[in-house]
Design a protein around this ligand. Structure first.
Ligand code: SAM
Length: 245
């Protein structure tokens, strides 16, 4: 009672729902879902009859107050999104912040997340990585964001829509260099799961070979800049400072 559970749901394979997720979803008083019609299918599949209300980008602030009202009434809530972990490029941030600020407990369940799942099989460094979510849709914004990441030495993880994948890969090649290793994880946990790796151009060539390859959900991962480059840059900067009159 008075608890908000944050519950990840499958990203393509229903078998990935956890036993604990099913238990929590069945036992809470109310489920806040990004899209109730979409989630009802998942809940029906598992025979869960808990009532669901919508919580999405457009009603999140006003909904948060209402949901805190439920918690104040000793009711328990679960937050889910259409797929994967809520708050990870999905709704929920204002709600979780508001619930914590109001003094109620937020209990997270571990579970599916496309970024982490993709990274775990990509063969890129995982000791350090950064999650960049979706790049801006327009070329100028995307280029600026990538420029800001040019000397990032950690593996970078991006979400992308099939419509923009070729443009984004082209920008990655242009801004981060044509030699940078890229891995795209497509339709993870689904029947046609595929990992494509190479330079940005190699991956673009693969996508273009058969137009239907551009369909499906994907995570783009990019190798970090070589660490020495960082040191070289620091050195050059120090030198430039010394030379300044
Ligand atoms: N909250 C989700 C999570 O935890 O992964 C992410 C939601 S975000 C709106 C959707 C994006 O996640 C897609 O555009 C794609 O980049 C990535 N994604 C989701 N499911 C995927 C899958 N099965 N395979 C590859 N990428 C996926």
């Amino acid at each position: 009672s008075g608890i908000l559970y944050v519950v990840p749901t499958p990203i393509g394979n229903l078998g990935d729902i956890s036993a604990r997720a099913l238990e929590v979803l069945a036992e809470v008083d109310l489920i806040a879902a990004e899209d109730t019609r979409h989630s009802r299918k998942l809940l029906n599949h598992f025979g869960i009859q808990t009532k669901a209300i919508s919580l999405h980008a457009h009603n999140e602030n006003q909904r948060s107050e209402q949901l805190i009202g439920y918690l104040a009434n000793d009711q328990s809530l679960a937050l889910i999104s259409d797929a994967g972990t809520p708050l990870i490029s999905d709704p929920g941030y204002p709600l979780v912040t508001a619930v914590r600020a109001a003094g109620y407990k937020v209990v997270p369940l571990p579970g599916p997340c496309a970024a982490i799942t993709a990274l775990s099989a990509a063969g890129l460094a995982t000791d350090r990585f950064c999650f960049e979510g979706f790049l801006p849709a327009k070329t100028v914004g995307r280029t600026e964001r990538l420029q800001a990441l040019a000397s990032e030495t950690r593996t970078m993880v991006f979400y992308e829509s099939p419509r923009r994948v070729l443009d984004t890969l082209a920008s990655v090649g242009e801004v981060l260099g044509s030699a940078r290793k890229v891995v795209v994880a497509k339709e993870i946990t689904k029947r046609f799961e595929t990992f494509i790796e190479g330079t940005a151009q190699d991956v673009i060539t693969w996508f273009k070979a058969e137009p239907e390859r551009q369909q499906g959900e994907m995570v783009i991962m990019v190798d970090g800049a070589p660490k020495d480059q960082d040191a070289d840059f620091e050195q050059a900067l120090a030198l430039a400072m010394k030379l300044q009159p």
